[in-house]
Design a protein around this ligand. Sequence first.
Ligand code: ADP
Ligand code: SF4
Ligand code: MG
Length: 300
Amino acid sequence: MDALVIKNLSLAFRMYDGGLSRRYLKVISNMNITVREGEILAVAGASGSGKSLLAHAILGVLPKNAVLDGEMRWFGETLTPALQKKLRGRELALVPQSVTYLDPLMRVGRQVSRDERTVAELFDRYHLKSDAARLYPHELSGGMTRRILISAALAGGPKIVIADEPTPGLSLHLAEHAMKHFREMADAGAAVLLITHDLGLAVRFADRIAVFYAGTAVETAGARDFADEKLLRHPYSRALWRAMPQNSFTPTPGTQPYAGSLPAGCLYAPRCAMRTPECEAAPPASREVRGGEVSCLYAS
Ligand SMILES: Nc1ncnc2c1ncn2[C@@H]1O[C@H](COP(=O)(O)OP(=O)(O)O)[C@@H](O)[C@H]1O
Ligand code: SF4
Ligand SMILES: [Mg+2]
C-alpha cells in the first residue's frame, strides 16, 4: 500500500526585501513522489535540491514564511497540520542527521522512551548495553549516538520513517550498519524515506531511488536501474551516475539553478546537452517510462 503520496507539491518562501515589498522564493516545484509500505525510497540529489525541505514539509515543521501548495496523503488521508502534529514523533518519525537533536542534560534512555520495557527491547535490538540508558549524550561514541537516534525514532512504532542524511561523518562500516537498520525497519513493514547524497549507498540498500534537482524529482526508478547508466531515463540521473567514484567520476559542467532564478521550462535545460527550444518553453510533465517516473520530454 502507498504510505505517503506527494502530488504536485510546491513550496515557496515569502521574502520581505524591506518596506512593504514582498517576493516569493520557489524552492520546490511540481514535486511527485510515493513511498510504499515495506520499502526504502532513497532521495538523492545535490546540496540545495530541496531534500530537507521536503522532509520538513512532510513532518509539518516548516518555517512560518513557507507557502505550501499541492497534495500530501498519509495512507490515503490528507496530511493536515493537525494530523502531522498527532503523528509526529510517533507513527511519523524522523531520524535526524545531527546529535544536537538529543537533550544534552537528559539521560539517553529517557529520551528514547519513557517506557523502560521499550527502552530495554530497543537497546537489545541495537546492541546497546542496558546500562547505556543511564549515560548522557556527550558520553556516547558516534556509533552509539547513531543507534540511540534510531532507537528513539523507532520507539513510537512508526509507519513512516524519514532519515535525513543519516550517514555523513560515519565510517563506511558504520554507514553500512545504519543502512542495515533502515533495511530492517522496511522489512518489518515501515515505509522508509531515506535522504542521502551518497548514491552508491542508496543503490545498495534502497528499493527505489528518486533523483532531486533544483526542488523537483526528475526521475524515480528501481534501485537496480541505477547500477547501469543505460537503464536511466533522465540526463541528470545519468550525470549523477557518472559522477560516482566507482564510475568515471566525471563532473557535469554548470551548477544547479538558484531558487531565485529558476528557468521557465525544464529546470535542467541550461546544463542539458539534449535540450531543444521546446524544453525551455514549459516544465516537462512527469510520465511513466519503463516502469519508472521521469520528467524529460525525450526520455525513452
Ligand atoms: N528558510 C528558508 N528560507 C529561504 N530559503 C531556504 C530556506 N530553507 C532552505 N532554503 C533554500 O531552499 C533550497 C533547498 O534547501 P534544502 O531542502 O535544505 O536542500 P538539501 O537538503 O537538498 O541540501 C536551498 O536553496 C536553500 O537555500
Ligand atoms: S526536457 Fe529537455 S532539457 Fe530537460 S532533461 Fe529532457 S532533454 Fe534535457
Ligand atoms: Mg539537507
